[in-house]
Design a protein around this ligand. Structure first.
Ligand code: ADP
Ligand code: ZN
Length: 434
């Protein structure tokens, strides 16, 4: 019988031992950045803080946050703590605007990242006899190579298919007997839809598991992927600033465990910046526990989430996080109500007549912000006639109003009108004049 955990020691470490481990490593990391990165030295000095002021985990709250603009201001290597001769890889995330965020790694950082990925994939049924098709974008984006490294560490056969060329993805699944598919959840839906159109039944294929991440997706979306793809849909979460994917992963009970021996999580109130308790929603903040090239201290992810420390039946003691509600940047304020795209997604997914594809269009009518949700029906819907379609759109709109409390018009567009995603889906199209 193969082992249950990839790294039993850390995955099942009692909480007090984990905390002691984190304290020891964080002491070293705070000293490391203070001695080597002028940005942190200045930030600590301004608050009259020395690395020695950190003696217990609660002390971390005294230390300053790091934000995305700090990375941009110090582009490309201003926050790198080691000389380039010790850097063996540099990734970058596109970000939305301006210069990218760089992610340099030492050999040891890469090793840590690979282990974090292997842990997740192992928890998700990937074994040496698996054939894993990696349809994340390969390149600067951390997803592609992160999954490649972790899967190779586990020892399975990796097919680095990359993102796109959807028909070929389906051919490879069939010809190679792919058992595990890695990509964004929205790209998996693109693959499923294309397979259905080609008359290929993925449910009857060799595919058993999906390893999805890099963008928010709801539980309802996950259910749809599992049903239509005939797979168990697992999740990974991460960001370039911390290591890429590998920050956390779901176990067989769908709990998202954080690799807290590598990334120390906090939740803060994004307005007051005060820490909030377990079980309360807020912004995820991470501190690198043992990275060396670019260890982030109290990095504000802008991802809205909740942390929990409840016993998981998988036996892992690693703290868990809820599914990400969304990025705070994606939060829309409509008629004074805060709305995340994921809340609209949850409602749309209740309607079996719809394809799980949508976009939210924001505009301006005079001085007033307007919002429209655009989606598409499944093929059968279009056969039912224009009136039925219009009636359904009204029902959806009413359901959205019942759930989030505001009126949002819904348009069901022609089949194929919304661009299919091959990577991170673009859910919000903001057409408001700047
Ligand atoms: P970019 O900012 O260009 O998207 P990254 O590729 O580093 O850069 O993306 C990291 C972000 O992707 C996270 O901060 C989060 O918003 C999102 N993300 C990654 N994994 C997940 C996930 N499983 N669920 C929700 N959001 C995710
Ligand atoms: Zn678990």
């Amino acid at each position: 019988m193969s082992k249950k955990y990839w790294d039993e020691k850390f995955e099942t470490m009692p909480e007090n031992q984990m905390k002691a481990f984190q304290v020891e490593k964080l002491k070293e990391t705070l000293q490391w950045v203070y001695d080597r990165i002028p940005f942190y030295k200045r930030a600590f000095d301004e608050r009259k803080l020395k690395p020695q002021d950190f003696q217990k985990l609660e002390d971390l709250a005294k230390f300053p946050f790091t934000v995305k603009t700090d990375l941009r201001d110090n582009y490309p290597f201003g926050l790198c703590a080691v000389p380039i001769s010790e850097v063996v890889r540099i990734h970058a995330s596109s970000g939305t605007t301006g210069k990218p965020i760089t992610g340099p790694y030492t050999q040891d950082d890469l090793e840590q990242w690979t282990e974090c990925m292997a842990r997740g994939l192992w928890a998700q049924e990937v074994r040496p006899d698996s054939i894993l098709q990696n349809a994340y974008g390969m390149g600067l984006f951390t997803g592609g190579l992160g999954f490649l490294q972790g899967a190779m560490r586990v020892g399975c056969a990796v097919v680095p298919s990359g993102a796109g060329m959807t028909e070929r993805q389906i051919m490879l699944i069939q010809d190679f007997g792919t058992t595990a598919l890695c990509c964004t959840p929205s790209y998996c839906l693109t693959i499923i839809e294309k397979a259905e159109n080609m008359g290929v039944d993925l449910k009857a294929s060799s595919l058993k598991t999906g390893h999805f991440g890099a963008e928010p997706w709801t539980v309802e979306m996950r259910d749809e992927i599992e049903r239509r793809g005939g797979i168990h849909a697992y999740e990974h979460y991460g960001l370039t600033e911390l290591m890429g994917p590998g920050v956390s992963f779901t176990c067989e009970h769908y709990n998202i465990h954080i690799n807290e021996d590598h990334v120390y999580p906090e939740i803060i109130d994004p307005d007051t910046l005060e820490p909030v308790d377990l079980g309360q929603e807020g912004e995820l903040v991470f501190t690198a526990v043992q990275r060396r090239a670019m260890p982030m201290i109290r990095y504000r992810t802008r991802d809205i989430c909740t942390l929990r420390r409840e016993k998981c039946a998988c036996g892992r003691t690693l703290v868990t996080m809820d599914k990400i509600l969304g990025r705070s940047d994606d939060m829309m304020i409509i008629s004074g109500v805060n709305v995340f795209p994921s809340q609209i997604e949850s409602v749309l997914m209740e309607f079996g007549e719809l394809e799980p594809i949508y976009q939210i269009r924001l505009g301006k009518k005079g001085y007033i912000d307007s919002i429209t949700v655009e989606t598409e029906g499944k093929p059968a819907l279009y056969a039912s006639g224009k009136e039925k379609i219009a009636e359904l759109a009204k029902q959806i709109s009413a359901k959205i109003q019942a759930v989030i409390g505001i009126h949002v018009p819904v348009s069901i567009l022609d089949q194929g009108a919304i661009e299919r995603s091959i990577g991170k889906a673009k859910r919000v199209i903001d057409e408001r004049p700047k």
